[in-house]
Design a protein around this ligand. Structure first.
Ligand code: UD1
Length: 418
């Protein structure tokens, strides 16, 4: 399992390079199976979730080679319809294979997904959309069995701009006959990256990044090279690391536009942020201003994946802050761990009220999910004394070298294998 031990109090200083985005590469890895073609992917982050995707690709019969941050996939030999249950349970994003498998071979069998424990996270929107595209779906004994004699493009109105459902529909739409239109699509930048990858392979998709996406089905995809976009949430996490330690960090390989909502809130907290074309410098304030209201929202609103990290920051603000979590139902598990470190936080359903305290004190804490785990490490950077964060495997799902990068920036931090 492993744990991270941080001795708080060091000001972070230096440069950090941001890796490829987890939430971009996961759907792209699913997309690699659609065409029976070869894909060479660059800037692939070395993460536990990526490892699981590779295991799924291997189990389906695909050939995968992975060296440093380059991955090569040949999906021609794919010869299975079932995604192994133990892998699906480990990673919710594996449901993204549904659309891709229907496109490729018209059939997929998958168990109900696992993933972070942050609310019920249903998949009704995915299933409804795939049915509208002509898939027959049978749900029994915890398994979902989808089959089709050929998907047919149609207009799909999403009740909510779900990221995963939007991606699943795109993947299904590529192999469908005719045109699929998604209305109220999610507008996350990772969906643009998926569109870029697929269009380079010969797909005909337009509109990603807006709420209407059009996919014209194609018969064939060709070999493709793709450079994964940088991870805006990892970048945001390092921005908070600077903010919480009164640090001065240069963050390289970022897309500034993707960080606007995060930057706006960190400026409100008192940070100075200077941007360049592909990098930014963030200087943490002496005193952290409270923030009257942060509401998590679909992109371009404030990302739910940054909610835990900003909560850690506001817990040592000079007043009271309020966070409203509108995306997920049960995403405040890190609050109780921050309270163990001396934070004054009260949660009421989807609202958290954070009364800033003068200082946090090191404590033994447990990561309950990916971003919550990162938030505890951030809190530890500012806390007095030693903070232990257990269950680091959650953090490894989404951060490549978290403790090493923080160490290079001057943190007193180590990872201990269990
Ligand atoms: C993706 C991201 C995740 C991020 C989230 C929101 C990946 C791999 N993961 O997750 O890091 O936190 O977007 O930005 O890209 N919902 C339904 N029915 C559905 C689908 C979703 O009710 O069929 C609900 C969910 O329970 C949740 C909300 O919609 O409350 C948002 O979920 P969604 O946008 O689908 O997130 P994911 O794609 O799972």
């Amino acid at each position: 399992m492993g744990k991270i031990i941080v001795n708080g109090g060091n000001r972070l200083n230096g440069e950090v390079n941001i890796s490829g985005a987890k939430n971009a590469i996961l759907p792209i890895l699913a997309a690699t199976i659609i065409g029976g073609n070869e894909s060479t992917l660059f800037n692939v982050p070395n993460l536990r979730d990526v490892e699981i995707m590779v295991k799924i690709l291997n189990s389906l019969g695909c050939r995968v080679k992975y060296m440093e941050d380059i991955m090569w996939i040949d999906s021609k030999p794919l010869n299975k319809v079932e995604i192994p249950e133990e892998l699906v349970r480990e990673m919710r994003s594996s449901i993204i294979f549904m659309g891709a498998m229907l496109s490729r071979i018209g059939e997929v069998k998958i168990s109900y997904p696992g993933g972070c424990e942050i609310g019920p996270r249903p998949i009704d929107l995915h299933l409804k959309a795939l049915r509208e595209l002509g898939a027959e779906i049978e749900e029994s004994h915890g398994f979902i069995h989808c089959r089709t004699k050929g998907l047919i493009g149609t207009e799909i109105q999403l009740d909510y701009p779900s990221v995963g459902a939007t991606e699943n529909i795109i993947l299904a739409g590529v192999g469908a006959k005719g045109t699929t239109i998604i209305r109220n699509a999610a507008r996350e930048p990772e969906i643009i990256d998926l569109q870029t990858y697929l269009n380079c392979a010969g797909a005909k998709i337009k509109g990603a990044g807006t709420s209407v996406i059009t996919i014209e089905g194609v018969d064939k995809l060709i070999d493709v090279n793709h450079n994964t976009m940088p991870d805006r949430i990892v970048a945001g996490t390092f921005m908070v690391a600077s903010a919480i330690t009164e640090g001065e960090i240069i963050i390289k390989n970022v897309i500034i536009d993707h960080l606007q909502a995060i930057s706006a809130k960190l400026r409100e907290a008192g940070c100075l942020i200077y941007t360049d074309e592909k990098s930014l410098k963030i200087i943490g304030p002496k005193k952290i201003n409270p923030i009257e209201m942060i509401q998590t929202l679909p992109y371009p609103g404030f990302p739910t994946d940054m909610q835990a990290q900003i909560m850690a920051l506001l817990s040592i603000g000079t007043g009271t802050s309020i966070i409203s979590e509108t995306v997920f139902e049960n995403r405040f598990k890190h609050a109780e761990e921050l309270i163990r470190m001396g934070a004054n936080i009260k949660t009421f359903g989807r609202i958290a009220v954070i009364k800033g305290v003068k200082e946090l004190t090191g404590a033994k804490t447990t990561a309950k999910d990916l971003r919550g785990g990162a938030a505890l490490v951030l809190a530890g950077l500012a806390a007095k004394g030693e903070t232990i964060v257990e269950n680091v495997y959650h953090i490894k799902r989404g951060y490549e070298n978290f403790h090493l990068d923080l160490k290079k920036l001057g943190a007193d931090i180590k990872f201990i294998k269990a």
